[in-house]
Design a binder for this molecule. Structure first.
Ligand code: ZN
Length: 201
């Protein structure tokens, strides 16, 4: 079932979600939640979704990236963003256990923040320990766009949205993102992130 999205400004997005208890993991309620979150993420065309975004304050997230979500991008843009196919993943009670020193900057958007995008600096790679939907330990070593999705969703579990991390001057409407920035390289986004205001003088 497609669930309604909780949007920016709702106090539910500013709460720290709690761990899923061991006895809850394989319950009907959690299995249904995971199935509904997968459907909701796909219906909205997203690459990740945290439970808080559908109003459930549990440390659970789903993510998925695939060719159909990249079809509007040129091969060089996919390579520049270090985007690759990530099969559907469920992470329960995820914990960051490693991160690169190297960082990358690019535009992000969020299903809970309709109509906007902004440049966010993230670690280029991230290692996370979690439990899968069967309660089995899972290690995810993510890099590039996968690490960006993961970091974005992990923030939701702690009550944060990307707009808190975005450089405020980089915020753009979706319309202007498509017009001016969708084809930009990460180097351009990085320059934009650090750029001063232009002057006509
Ligand atoms: Zn989000």
């Amino acid at each position: 079932m497609k669930l309604p999205m909780v949007n920016l400004g709702d106090p539910l997005l500013r709460r720290r979600s709690r761990d899923v208890r061991a006895d809850e993991i394989q319950s009907d309620a959690i299995r249904t939640l995971i199935a509904d979150m997968r459907e909701t993420m796909r219906e909205f065309g997203g690459v990740g979704l945290a439970a808080a975004q559908v109003g459930v304050g549990l440390r659970l997230l789903v993510l998925e990236d695939g060719p159909e979500l990249m079809q509007h991008l040129l091969p060089e843009q996919i390579a520049d963003r270090e985007r690759k196919t990530v099969p559907f993943q469920v992470l329960i009670n995820p914990r960051i256990v490693g991160r690169s020193v190297e960082e990358t900057e690019f535009f992000e958007a969020c299903l809970s923040v309709p109509g906007l995008a902004g440049v966010v600096r993230r670690r280029r790679s991230l290692s996370v320990d979690a439990l899968d939907e069967d309660g089995q330990p899972l290690r995810v070593d993510a890099s590039g766009w996968h690490a960006r999705i993961l970091a974005h969703e992990l923030d939701h579990l702690d009550g944060h949205t990307y707009v808190e991390r975005a450089w405020p001057g980089s915020l753009t409407t979706t319309e202007n993102f498509v017009r001016h920035w969708a084809g930009a390289s990460s180097a351009t986004a990085r320059a934009w992130y650090h750029s001063p205001v232009e002057s006509d003088e």
